[in-house]
Design a protein around this ligand. Structure first.
Ligand SMILES: Cc1cc2nc3c(=O)[nH]c(=O)nc-3n(C[C@H](O)[C@H](O)[C@H](O)COP(=O)(O)O)c2cc1C
Length: 179
């Protein structure tokens, strides 16, 4: 039987909800990318005043948005928590991200640098609030010779949860027929 892996990053759980629905629809394994908070603190220290660092894990509110946008602009490669799953062992790797600053979230930079998906079938999904920019193009560029078999976006997931989950489920089932 063909094996699929869903890899994703999610800060506020919208992408997580979609990822988990995709995985359960096709019995895929799941790898949630988690950044090490120390790296976030160090990043924040560069971006803002050092004396606020001790209070923060991930910044809150508007500051958090600015922090995220800057981390995209600076092509951040945050340290990730170690993971055991090996994407090379799967027939299909489905990669999900929130859209940040019209692109993918920086923890995916770390993932792309860490693993090789050469020659592998991959599919992308993203969640966003209306503007996906070049998210998928940028991901494809990072992957080099992988074969991108499909890509799909989900807008305003928390406001459209049930339809979004249905869309995710249908998409996942259609993907499986392509590998
Ligand atoms: C730092 C940051 C940057 C964002 N940039 C965009 C953007 O460029 N376009 C957009 O449509 N939504 C943008 N959003 C909204 C998120 O893409 C959207 O809320 C997403 O579903 C969040 O996923 P999550 O709940 O998995 O973290 C941004 C959110 C954050 C925190």
């Amino acid at each position: 039987m063909k094996k699929a892996l869903v890899v994703f990053y999610s800060m506020d759980d919208g992408t997580r909800a979609i990822a988990e629905k995709i995985a359960s629809a096709i019995k895929a394994d799941v790898l949630r990318l988690a950044t090490i908070s120390k790296a976030e603190k160090i990043y924040y220290q560069h971006a803002e005043s050092p004396d606020r660092v001790d209070d923060l894990e991930v910044p809150n509110g508007e500051t958090r948005y600015i922090w995220g946008v800057e981390s995209v602009d600076m092509k951040e490669i945050p340290d990730l928590e170690n993971f055991e799953l090996d994407p090379a062992k799967y027939d299909l790797v489905i990669i999900g991200t929130p859209v940040w600053s019209l692109s993918y979230a920086p923890p995916l930079n770390s993932f792309f640098n860490k693993v090789s998906l050469e020659g592998k079938k991959v599919a992308f999904f993203c969640t966003h609030e209306g503007m996906i920019g070049n998210t998928f193009e940028a991901m494809e560029k990072k992957l080099g010779s992988s074969m991108v078999i499909d890509a799909i976006d989900f807008q305003n997931v928390s406001m459209n949860l049930e339809p979004s989950l249905k869309k995710a489920q249908d998409w996942a089932k259609s993907l499986i027929t392509k590998i």
